[in-house]
Design a protein around this ligand. Structure first.
Ligand code: ADP
Ligand code: MG
Length: 323
């Protein structure tokens, strides 16, 4: 099947919109940003064997390819608007592409994100998205604003995607088929279908000092915030969000998954204690639970303390491609 026929199969899913004066089909797309707003642009690639197991269902790959990018816009407090999609495909498999598109556009349509262009080539399976959103000047949730005394918050239940990956690596989870036990299926969904916390990101504008999405591991991503902000952090193990599914796994690595697992796509942010109630309300409106897991301190150290106050050291800091 020629390349343009593959592109056409994706284009079928795309409807025109006023803020896309020129979409797929020309040498470049033309976009009309909302007056006075800044653009937020982010790109992330998923490679087979690195970011997802080869047997992952194409619809799940489609969903996750977009989700990891929208998660970055969520962490900026940006309103998502457009995206491009660069595909490297080993073969011209129309059925595969249709299934991929089903997952991709389920998420794109849910957040009114318009696919405006991309690239299609032959090669090892690799999916790359550039997501573009907008945010009023000064409203973005950056990494560099954390202040001493801030509460540290995290949404949802980090660690679950890492647990699913570990189960898969141990031959105890089939990523391509639903699991029988509800807890195992819950973990599988958290790995394959992460939910970008876009509504929460928008509602947290004006309330938080710094924000990051958790992709490499809670601790590693919090360290990025601290480094950019010139502060340290103290986390309490006892305050990590409890997860029934992690508990049900009965595995001794739960702490490691929660703090250093990655692939969570939750938001970790810091806010003044005076904003506790407002933050709680914002998260509730977004349909999320938030947990206060520690606070920002002066200095540069990021410490995790267990229940009796002694320091806890994770077996590994987080995911690194070239570590
Ligand atoms: P060019 O040679 O100018 O790069 P292409 O043949 O690569 O053009 O693409 C033709 C049109 O299809 C362009 O508008 C491009 O943005 C779009 N396109 C190509 N691949 C994709 C894709 N995977 N998803 C969305 N749009 C795509
Ligand atoms: Mg091209």
């Amino acid at each position: 099947m020629p390349e343009f026929a593959l592109i056409d199969r994706l284009r079928r899913h795309v409807r025109g919109r006023e803020d896309v004066p020129l979409g797929i089909g020309d040498d470049a797309a033309l976009l009309q940003p909302p007056a006075g707003e800044q653009l937020a642009i982010t790109a992330d690639t998923l490679n087979v064997g690195v970011h997802f197991p080869a047997e992952t269902a194409p619809a799940d790959i489609g969903w996750k390819t977009l989700a990891v990018n929208l998660s970055d816009l969520a962490a900026m407090g940006a309103q998502p608007r457009w995206c491009t999609l660069s595909l490297s495909l080993p073969e011209d498999d129309a059925a595969w592409l249709d299934a991929f598109a089903e997952g991709f556009f389920a998420l794109a349509d849910a957040h009114a994100v318009v696919l405006v262009g991309g690239d299609t080539t032959r090669g090892p399976l690799s999916l790359s998205v550039t997501a573009i959103g907008s945010v009023p000047p000064g409203a973005a949730l950056r990494r560099d604003g954390a202040r001493e005394g801030d509460d540290i918050w995290v949404t949802g239940t980090p660690g679950e995607a890492a647990a699913a990956l570990a189960l898969w690596q141990a031959g105890q989870l089939d990523v391509a088929a639903p699991a029988a036990e509800p807890w195992r299926e819950h973990l599988r969904q958290r790995l394959l279908r992460p939910t970008p916390r876009l509504d929460a990101g928008l509602r947290l504008r004006g309330l938080v000092h710094a924000c990051v999405d958790v992709s490499d591991g809670l601790l590693a991503d919090l360290c990025h915030v601290c480094a950019r902000s010139g502060v340290g952090a103290r986390l309490a193990l006892s305050c990590l969000p409890p997860s029934p599914a992690l508990h049900a796994s009965g595995d001794g690595r739960v702490r490691e998954w929660q703090l250093a697992g990655g692939d969570d796509y939750e938001l970790c942010f810091t806010a003044a204690p005076a904003h506790r109630e407002a933050v709680q309300r914002a998260l509730e409106f977004a349909g999320l639970e938030g947990h206060r897991i520690g606070h920002i301190v002066s200095g540069r150290d990021v410490q995790v303390l267990d229940a009796d106050g002694s320091p806890w050291h994770p077996p590994r800091a987080g995911y690194q491609h070239f570590g």
